[in-house]
Write a protein that binds this ligand. Sequence first.
Ligand code: API
Length: 291
Amino acid sequence: MELHFTKMHGAGNDFIVIDGIHQDLSNMSRAQWRYLADRQFGIGADQILLIEKPTRPDAEFKYRIINHDGSEVEQCGNGSRCFVRFVREKNLTDKKQISVEVAHTLLVLSEKDHGLVEVNMGAPVLDLPLIPFHPSGLESRVTADTINYLLPTKEGSFWVTPVSMGNPHAVQIVDALDKAPVLLTGPLIEHHPSFPARVNAGFMQIIDRNTIHLRVFERGSGETLSCGTGACAAVVAGILQGVLDSPVSVHTKGGELLIEWQYANDGKNASVMMTGPAETVFEGKISVPDL
Ligand SMILES: N[C@H](CCC[C@H](N)C(=O)O)C(=O)O
């Protein structure tokens, strides 16, 4: 089958964005999704964003997120900004604020000046079974307003803070990000049995109380140049541990994101606000083989 797509990125986290409203992609297999995301045999991307008609009355659109490995997931921060840019450029809506259904949540997205996009990512989920995270048998320690867990792997043990932004994250603080063994330990954390749905492994270096450097080994995609939900999770973890204050500038290999979480005023149910770039790179069409 032939399909039209738009290649986009949000701070270097790259996407294949597909209009599934005007194209019928209901029969795509996981192997075909993997083919599209493959950087040698297909178009190449960290994730695929598939835009569909909503299933709930308060949403204008729905979008689905498929990782590089073909796994479908619950949330994508950088992708949500590219979604806004896409529907604007395609004139699919003229609304200033766009409500979109993503897995089990409703995101409210709006464009800001200077080509940036702001997303209300909702409140973090910290209830361990909902992350999901099973701490049984793990050493733990209280750190300010949260609990860290010592995750043992064959390459050492790492203190992590479990946080969900709709998708699961394990955030650790490192002293020197450029020396952190992200590619060695990231996969071990991603597949750790304490995270039954796997997990995105975040590595953050605290620069000051309003600045971090961040690398994320993403579930289903490996290390990406930037991870929006990972930036949100890292800031939540840092604020709960008493080492960060909102707003936080998150520096990633692919660019800068601004994350705000008014925990001090509104507690753990405060929404996380993410602001960052979204770029269209090129449009194309591709013939997808039966796989
Ligand atoms: N790999 C993630 C999904 C993409 C998230 C990331 N690209 C973002 O910008 O939030 C997961 O499996 O939960």
